[in-house]
Write a protein that binds this ligand. Structure first.
Ligand code: FE
Ligand code: FE
Length: 184
């Protein structure tokens, strides 16, 4: 049967976001662990907490729709997470790794912002006022996280560019990462 209603598309998009968020619940602790800067690590930890709430909000929406959130894999997020994992395998110096992690995380936030913007528009069209407000809370958190990362990048990227003038030997954390890469 063709899926010819906007409501069906809305549900599919929500399932995609649910998959995206649950993938990030697993990925964010890894980003936090790979961060050298304390502020960056805390930003990832804080966003992990928010992401768990975002998962709950989606579950609330699915409950009102009498639908299950499972059954779809967000391939876009899978790709972004894979790229992030690849980045973490590199033996960048600490400050350079932090800059790389910010880049990976901002890709994720922008992807989420696009997805939530779409479902918010659908929810409005479908007259799902409760959903609109839940979606907007999440959208606001994603935008704030993106902003926080931009601010951290302004500080940390200049440290990364200074790292260039230092000795080319990998840092301790970089060496640890290379060692775990060899062990993997
Ligand atoms: Fe999210
Ligand atoms: Fe996010």
């Amino acid at each position: 049967m063709p899926k010819n209603s906007l409501r069906q598309l809305y549900i599919d998009e929500l399932k995609d976001l649910y998959s995206a968020e649950t993938q990030m619940v697993k990925a964010l602790p890894k980003l936090a662990k790979a961060s050298s800067d304390g502020q960056l690590r805390r930003a990832f930890e804080e966003h992990l907490r928010q992401t768990s709430e975002q998962v709950s909000r989606l579950e609330q929406i699915f409950e009102t729709l009498d639908e299950k959130p499972t059954g779809k894999k967000c391939l876009g997020m899978e790709g972004l997470v894979k790229e992030g994992s690849e980045t973490m395998q590199e033996s960048y110096a600490d400050s350079v790794m932090d800059a790389a992690l910010i880049g990976a995380a901002q890709r994720v936030e922008h992807y989420e912002i696009a997805g939530y913007g779409t479902v918010r528009a659908f929810a409005e069209l479908l007259g799902e006022e409760e959903h609109v407000s839940l979606i907007e809370q999440t959208l606001e958190e994603e935008k704030q996280t993106d902003l926080t990362l931009t601010k951290l990048a302004e500080q940390l990227n200049s440290q990364a560019s200074e790292a260039e003038t230092e000795s080319p030997q990998p840092s301790k954390a970089g060496a640890r990462r290379s060692a775990s890469k060899r062990a993997a």
